[in-house]
Design a protein around this ligand. Structure first.
Ligand code: URP
Ligand code: ZN
Ligand code: ZN
Length: 488
């Protein structure tokens, strides 16, 4: 069956145009002002609405064992939530068991993802160094389409690797065209600050924030970037939360390091005061790095506008308040780290970014879809153009909704953005040509998501980086500014 999306405004990172979108099977086949409907076509009317490429969330922790518990969303509940929220692809993290091979872990997680309702890739976490890791990386890349791995500089004893291990892994990854994601916080010093705080009876959630200061995120960020530079390897700093860390990314990019940065909605919208909410409510906002002083938000928004930040990811790491966050009632260090965001990332970025005038529509598409697709090698995703997968989000900018746990698809008893009114309502979502969200309701089938084999970074992409660098050095070309041409 042919599907035609009529009368909408198509937004890509390259331009905005009023056009119809023709879909045959799973792919976009035409974008033009004159797609002629025929009998038997399915018509979706997008009058007065935007047509965006589907959101890509490259930072999710579905079905993830962590810190004596496990995340509350699996691949079913999590991807349904993502779908209604405008996300049509995710890249989730694996989580190898002690001593397990990366290959076995990858197979296990591909299997877990089989129940997903949208397409999914998997970043391979390396939480333990061994020579076998280096031997397995080429197999992961070639046979399993893994173009990204992840290392942690915190969570000692559970995930953390040391500098030498990081160097060896990054070097091998770089040779293979694999990009290394890094959680950059100085785990050793943080553990000591946490120990001291607990010993002094400082057990409330706010001390999670005080024991993970911005300098320790910045120090680790700078170190990861230096190690990547020495290894001549591409590096992606996940969840940059503050100005101090972003400055390190800026310096490294200017030196020519193949460095990329991600931030998350929680750092753009929430701040450290949430950790101090009464009745242990602050626990809902415990994540690492922690929420920061509010003034950092503007620096991060500017980083998005000027290209220092390439991608927004949710870092969706959901734990229920009752029974999970409450594990740390008497000791903040036992509160599982993470906030939910997969269902709302697209809306939050649209509302606080586009609607409130902080970023352009094109920049929005660039960091929620096109940028992540390019960086993480998802060649069929990330744009409304002929030949791409028909992963499409239709959003009505004239309608709004109030975020609330009562109506969410996320398997949680709270929402970190409870009560916030966001302008822009996602009405319909297509995944590979199939309408999976209709009038805001999920109508797709469990298990329809495909595993995404991803391409590795090639020299072409590094040329792109160089061009970005040139742009960064030329203030007049940073960010994309244009007049939104939207006809009511
Ligand atoms: O607090 C967070 N971010 N939890 C998820 C694990 C991680 O560090 O990404
Ligand atoms: Zn992390
Ligand atoms: Zn994370």
């Amino acid at each position: 069956m042919r599907t035609i999306i009529q009368n909408g405004t198509v937004v890509t990172s390259g331009g905005i145009v009023k056009a119809d979108v023709e879909i045959k099977g799973e792919s976009i086949t035409s974008i033009s002002q004159t797609v002629k409907p025929e009998i038997g076509d399915r018509i979706i009317d997008a009058s007065n609405q935007y047509i965006f490429p589907g959101g890509i969330d490259v930072h999710t922790h579905l079905a993830w064992p962590f810190q004596s518990t496990g995340t509350a969303d699996d691949f079913v509940t999590g991807t349904k939530a993502g779908a209604v929220g405008g996300i049509t692809s995710i890249i989730n993290f694996t989580n190898p068991k002690r001593g397990a091979s990366l290959i076995d872990t990858q197979k296990e997680w591909i299997e877990k993802g089989n129940q997903a309702v949208i397409d999914y890739g998997l970043h391979a976490i390396i939480n333990e160094y061994s020579d076998r890791v280096l031997e397995e990386l080429p197999i992961l890349a070639e046979e399993y389409g893994v173009s990204s791995i992840k290392l942690f500089m915190a969570y000692k004893g559970e995930m953390m690797v040391n500098d030498l291990e990081m160097y060896k892994i990054m070097k091998k990854a770089g040779e293979l065209g694999i990009i290394t994601n890094v959680h950059a916080e100085n785990g050793d010093v943080i553990d000591e600050l946490v120990r001291q705080a607990i010993a002094e009876g400082k057990t409330a959630p706010i001390y999670h924030g005080y024991t993970r200061p911005t300098v320790l995120e910045a120090e680790a960020t700078g170190r990861a970037l230096a190690i990547a530079e020495a290894a001549d390897a591409p590096v992606y700093i996940v969840h940059v939360s503050c100005a101090d860390a972003l400055n390190k990314v800026d310096e490294a990019k200017k030196r020519g390091v193949k460095a990329f940065a991600e931030t998350c909605p929680q750092y753009l919208v929430l701040d450290i005061s949430y950790l101090d909410l009464p009745n242990f409510e602050g626990a809902k906002y415990v994540c690492s790095p922690p929420l920061r002083e509010k003034w950092n938000q503007e620096v991060l928004w500017n980083g998005i506008s000027n290209g220092l930040i390439s991608v927004i990811g949710s870092d969706h790491c959901p734990f229920r308040f009752e029974g999970q966050k409450t594990l740390g009632k008497d000791d903040f260090s036992k509160i599982p780290n993470g906030v939910p965001g997969l269902e709302d990332i697209f809306s939050l970025l649209y509302h606080f970014g586009v609607n409130e005038g902080r970023i352009s529509l094109q920049k929005f598409v660039e960091i929620i879809s096109t940028g992540p697709a390019e960086l993480f090698g998802m060649s069929k995703k990330g744009s409304i153009s002929v030949g791409k997968d028909a992963d499409i989000v239709i959003l009505d900018p004239n309608r709004s909704r109030v975020i609330t746990a009562e109506t969410q698809y996320q398997n949680l008893d709270y929402n970190a953005y409870e009560g916030m009114k966001v302008q822009g309502l996602i009405t319909n979502v297509l995944s590979r040509g199939e309408l999976i969200v209709k009038d805001g309701i999920f109508i797709g089938e469990q298990g329809r998501g495909n595993y995404i084999y991803r391409d590795r970074l090639h020299n072409k992409q590094f040329e792109l980086t160089k061009n970005n660098l040139k742009n960064l050095n030329n203030p007049s070309s940073t960010g994309i500014s244009f007049k939104v041409q939207y006809d009511k």
